[in-house]
Ligand binder design. Structure first.
Ligand code: SF4
Length: 478
């Protein structure tokens, strides 16, 4: 295993304490290009089928040999949705047949039990995340049953010490259900909103009355969720700066703790539902940039801190505090405050990260059920990180989360002379410095305020695999 990188020098003014981000339309228009979101490195499109179930077992055995001291993070994937949103790029199954969820739940519990046995006696779970699809496609009783099963199979940290979150679709839950989720153990909730404008909602086939969403936010506050998060998307059909301004006013008024503002990547050749979007309704690049600028200006003026990539948080939220303290981490669910957890992922297509490996489950229900019927974990592919991968992963993490990198800290943690090892990358960074994205000092790489929105461009310099990957599989960096 590789050592952790020492903390940022206390003598420097931490970037999170400086003004958060600067919008430079010319720079973004000139430099934005397709690139990964770096929820992992190597990115999931680099995983191979040469990594399978047995490699995963070895990775867990390695952990056990080393004492298995890290906390655990659990991810549960519920792939079902009632209806399809046209912008969707997720791995989901659209069905109204609830029987399918009952069968899936039975198999998911089997996988949870197998994983629980593998990790028995290691550390406790400090983080739990339900994603999808639509996790609340499961009924209240099914969720209750699954949560009880998880608690039988794993030891959980107490509510105050753990981050237990669920993505909800406000169209699928009542205020009563929200209270139920809190009682079942969730303490963070994230709501898919995307846009409050009715025309935009119609254009993407996601009709979600504002009053309904606000009632769910109120219920979450009432039920004492520690954090309420809202997901928005810019770049959707029918969106204009005017509709965006109205939506932002409503969001700010609803006062969530965190806001994720995703860029819609229109890739109809890859994602079938997107073919149902009328291209004539799509905002052009210039309009998208104006909307992004508006989002940044409105949210920061309302007191939100820019965390990085697409995320904003109130200054007293754990994410903002973790960033100030240099403890922010990035994983498949985005930014996180739990840096050093091993991620155990259950469910179809779910991606885990254990020790120096990544593993992804099979993507179809049939393959998932077949593997579990053979009493095998349904691992389809993955990656075992080399020293070079681990080094680059650490660098990308630091840049994504802290917007700066201490070169001597990297040299302390890894057996390299940084400038010699990364001669090619440093030459590329010098180009980005001329563009104003980074500042280079003998021991520091710092991302400028206007470079923060293009952080993916900076990280891409350190991605060894990019040269062999087609550009169209990733969304634009802004
Ligand atoms: S966006 Fe979410 S709710 Fe809509 S179809 Fe995709 S996974 Fe389902």
């Amino acid at each position: 295993m590789f050592d952790a990188v020492p903390a940022t020098s206390a003598t420097r003014v931490h970037p999170a304490l400086q003004p958060v981000v600067e919008f430079d339309a010319d720079l973004i228009a000139r430099l934005s290009r397709n690139g990964p979101r770096y929820t992992s490195y190597p990115t999931a499109d680099r995983f191979t089928e040469s990594f399978g179930y047995r490699d995963f077992l070895h990775a867990v055995a390695d952990l056990r040999t080393r004492g298995g001291g890290k906390p655990l993070s659990l991810y549960l994937h519920i792939p079902f949705c009632d209806t399809v949103c046209y912008y969707c790029a997720c791995n989901k199954i659209v069905t109204k047949n609830r029987e399918k969820a009952a069968t899936y739940l039975a198999y998911l519990k089997r996988e949870v039990e197998m994983q629980g046995r593998l990790f028995a006696g290691m550390n406790e779970v400090e983080q739990l995340h339900f994603g999808g699809g639509t996790p609340t496609y499961l009924s209240d009783a099914q969720m209750e049953d699954l949560m009880a099963h998880l608690r039988r199979c794993f030891r959980f940290a107490p509510d105050a010490a753990g981050e237990y979150s669920i993505e909800i679709d406000p169209r699928t839950v009542s205020a009563e259900r929200v209270h139920g989720l809190r009682r079942q153990g969730f303490n963070r909730i994230s709501l898919g909103v995307q846009d409050f404008d009715p025309d935009v909602q119609r254009a993407v086939n996601r009709i979600q009355p504002e009053a309904e969403t606000r009632a769910i936010i109120a219920a979450a506050r009432d039920a004492d969720f520690r954090s309420v998060s809202i997901d928005l998307i810019y770049g959707l059909p029918k969106q204009t700066p005017a509709t965006m301004r109205t939506t932002l006013d409503k969001v700010i008024d609803a006062a969530p703790d965190r806001i994720a503002m995703y860029h819609y990547a229109h890739l109809p050749h890859l994602f079938k539902p997107q073919r149902r979007i009328d291209e004539a309704d799509m905002p052009d690049s210039d309009t998208k940039l104006r909307m992004l600028q508006l989002c940044i200006e409105r949210l920061t003026a309302a007191g939100y801190v820019y965390i990085g990539m697409d995320h904003f948080a109130r200054p007293d939220d754990d994410l903002a505090i973790a960033q100030q303290q240099g403890r922010l981490h990035r994983n498949f669910q985005g930014y996180s405050t739990h840096a050093d957890a091993d991620l155990v992922a259950c469910g179809v297509s779910a991606i885990g990260a254990v020790g120096a490996t990544y593993s992804q489950n099979v993507k179809t229900l049939d393959a998932y059920y077949d593997a579990l019927d053979r009493n095998e974990l349904p691992v389809a592919r993955g990656a075992r990180l080399s020293m070079d991968d681990a080094l680059r992963r650490t660098i990308i993490q630091k840049l994504m989360c802290q917007f700066e990198l201490s070169i001597s800290a990297i040299e302390l943690a890894f057996p390299i002379a940084f400038h010699a090892y990364f001669a090619r990358e440093m030459a590329q960074l010098a180009g980005l410095e001329r563009d104003g994205l980074v500042e280079l000092a003998p021991d520091w790489i710092s991302v400028t305020l206007k470079g923060r929105l293009l952080i993916r461009n900076v990280c891409m310099v350190f991605d060894r695999y990019l040269a062999t990957r087609g550009p169209a599989t990733h969304s634009r960096t802004v």
